[in-house]
Design a protein around this ligand. Structure first.
Ligand SMILES: C[S@@+](CC[C@H](N)C(=O)[O-])C[C@H]1O[C@@H](n2cnc3c(N)ncnc32)[C@H](O)[C@@H]1O
Length: 352
């Protein structure tokens, strides 16, 4: 069968793909600019020549020239042909250099670049159905994850997510017992512990290196904050007033087993705050830029992580509220409601 080809559409797609190749390379260019201090130097000094950028960052001007041109072509910096100088606009300055802004982006690129470094193993895993564990990735995945999520937790956890839960802030202020499971580097654990000095926090994660980093991040908070290496279906303790899970349930091999253990570990009137990636229930709900990035991470990072563990349910990042609720119902929870959302996250209140 011969299918008529619209040559304008074909060339339109080819040029869209050219932009994609530029974007693919830009992941490495952003990490390069972040690590070598290029964005910070541009932010500090305003309009800059390649030679000045090289001198200020102690790098080679051949690299700064090409890097600046790539950044200008991609709209990350602006180029003034009359002066030969490059400027990081104010909005890009926030997004590329301010770790306290919810718009801060370097961590997003760092986890993306770290993730694709494992593409060869992931291709083999796709043939065999095997998994690739979170712990098998480079530290760029673990550090990038922390750097990507922390600004959003800083912006949302205390002002909106915790207050959206029924009665939880009052308990935390009085003194509550909290477990943060799948805590990674403990960004959320530390943030909550700093805000609620009467409460006690236990962070857990199956990944030993992440727990070691979390302990360093919490240094100075005393014995109110402890961390343990434990899978989510085995973390220690009981009678928790609050259990939290931030962007981790879908990475687990057995989310139903984890949810069952959370239910057993909660106090009878306890609350599980479950934070998961933004997603709708249907594929067509997620065919947008955030869904695209998350389906990409799901294919290359989160689904292989789940498949590397017992059960290997492989929920994926874009499971959506209905599927997540099914998991909690299967574990014996009876109440489930969506209490908050951002462009990147959904927040669920789950109760016995
Ligand atoms: C996307 S990261 C999120 C980390 C952290 N909660 C945050 O928001 O920065 C997912 C985390 O889930 C952890 N994880 C995966 N499977 C797990 C399991 N079965 N039990 C406990 N933690 C698990 C990983 O080690 C990783 O730290």
């Amino acid at each position: 069968m011969t299918v008529a080809i619209d040559s304008d559409k074909l060339m339109g797609f080819v040029f869209k793909a050219v932009d994609e190749v530029g974007a693919t390379l830009n992941a490495a260019l952003v990490v390069m600019g972040d690590r070598l201090g290029f964005y910070q130097a541009l932010a500090d000094h305003g309009p800059t020549t390649p030679d000045e950028l090289a001198e200020r960052t102690n790098t080679d001007q051949h690299y700064t020239r090409e890097w600046l041109n790539a950044q200008a072509a991609g709209g990350f910096v602006e180029y003034d042909a009359s002066t030969g100088r490059y400027t990081l606009p104010p909005e890009q300055t926030v997004a590329m250099t301010d770790p306290n802004s919810p718009a801060y982006l370097p961590g997003f690129f760092q986890i993306a670049l770290g993730t694709i470094q494992h593409t060869t193993e992931t291709i083999e895993a796709a043939r065999s159905g095997a998994g690739v564990g979170w712990h098998e990735h480079t530290s760029d995945v673990h550090v990038g994850c922390e750097r990507f999520f922390r600004p959003s937790y800083n912006a949302n956890l205390l002002p909106s997510w915790l207050p959206a839960l029924d009665g939880v802030v009052a308990k935390l202020e009085r003194g509550a017992k909290v477990a943060d499971i799948g805590c990674g580097h403990g960004a959320s654990t530390v943030l909550m512990a700093e805000a609620f000095p009467n409460s006690r926090f236990t962070g857990s994660d199956y990944h030993q290196a992440s727990i070691e980093t979390a302990r360093q991040r919490a240094a100075g908070l005393g014995d109110r904050v402890t961390f343990e290496v434990a899978a989510a279906d085995k973390f220690s303790g009981s009678g928790y007033d609050l259990v939290t899970t931030f962007d981790a349930l879908h990475d687990m091999g057995d989310p139903v087993g984890a949810a069952r253990h959370v239910r057993e570990a909660l106090a009878p009137d306890g609350t599980w705050m479950l934070v998961e990636p933004m997603a709708g229930d249907h594929v067509e709900d997620n065919l947008n830029p955030v869904g695209r990035a998350y389906y990409g991470f799901s294919t290359l990072l989160c689904t292989p992580a789940s498949l590397s563990q017992p059960v290997g349910l492989a929920l994926g990042t874009q499971a959506g509220p209905a599927r997540i609720q099914d998991v909690t119902t299967a574990a014996g929870f009876s109440r489930f409601r969506t209490v908050a959302q951002t462009p990147f996250n959904l927040v669920f209140e789950v109760r016995p």
